[in-house]
Design a protein around this ligand. Sequence first.
Ligand code: TRP
Length: 342
Amino acid sequence: MSAETEKNRHIILTGDRPTGHLHLGHYAGSLRQRVELQNQYKQFVIIADAQALTDNAENPDKVRKNILEVALDYLAVGIDPKITTIFIQSLVPELAELTMYYLNLVTVSRLQRNPTVKDEIKQRDFGTSIPAGFLVYPISQAADITAFKADLVPVGGDQLPMIEQTNEIVRGFNRIYECSVLVEAKALLSNFPRLPGTDGKGKMSKSLGNVISLSDSADEVRHKIKTMYTDSKHLRVEDPGIVEGNPVFAYLDAFDSDKEGLENMKEHYRHGGLGDVAVKRRLQEVLSVELDPIRIRREGFANDPEEVMRILKNGTAVARDVAVKTLDEVRKAMHIDYFTSE
Ligand code: TRP
């Protein structure tokens, strides 16, 4: 197979809501993977501003500001706009049109059963005032995926219900309109379990204040590591400590390339005689190798926001061409291509 065919063998689409800076959890779970995947396959990365607005309708400026921040995070980790198409969701209006047609293929009760949306509704305290757009965002996500005929979607486990719903729409559409225009997608789950927050309580989440962001300064990272939760019963150096559920070790698992050294450290920690300070010093080293180059690249791009916006504009134009083609096929399959003469 030629390099070009090989690269087109799979189409990848993934992305993020621009509601905040991306953090170490995003990096371990998905950003690193994207940097590798872009060399193997055709990759689209969506900055899902319209989806972010489904629960931020009153905060469009927050979404707007974070489009740039998320783009900076992407470029900083090495997502290369020459080989990955990075684009802004709302500037591809074909996605909204596809959403409109897909809405008719999904029942309200099916939407109410989506477990991720259910959790999010609980977390957000909507009560009975759930924005309609929020409830249907999985359908708009199906539009994001199918517009590019993506067959692989690298996501975290919480996004599996979205892929399932997407595939139901794909099958329903192809069946009802007797065509094979839409393509089913497979989730590509990352090998890394979700990183816990620095407080060891749950996942990293900006609202809990337990994240290490890719945009944090070296001093901030140092301070966050120093005050990180470890094993609360590991009080004296000679005490035996617990590695499982200890966030310092979870981060080392994700980033320390010296696996043998890490296993030795774990053994030592379990037996006692290895203090938290020493383990954190190692984490400090490991994270500085990982994050220093990212920070430097990020600062470089941050000094030229116009260039970053140009990159997004170009990516969006490329993405739009693809979405327009799919939408044409969709309208044709639905027999609503009223003015095209054949
Ligand atoms: N829902 C995803 C998240 O919250 C973001 C997203 C929007 C997405 N559209 C997508 C992810 C399409 C994968 C594919 O992170």
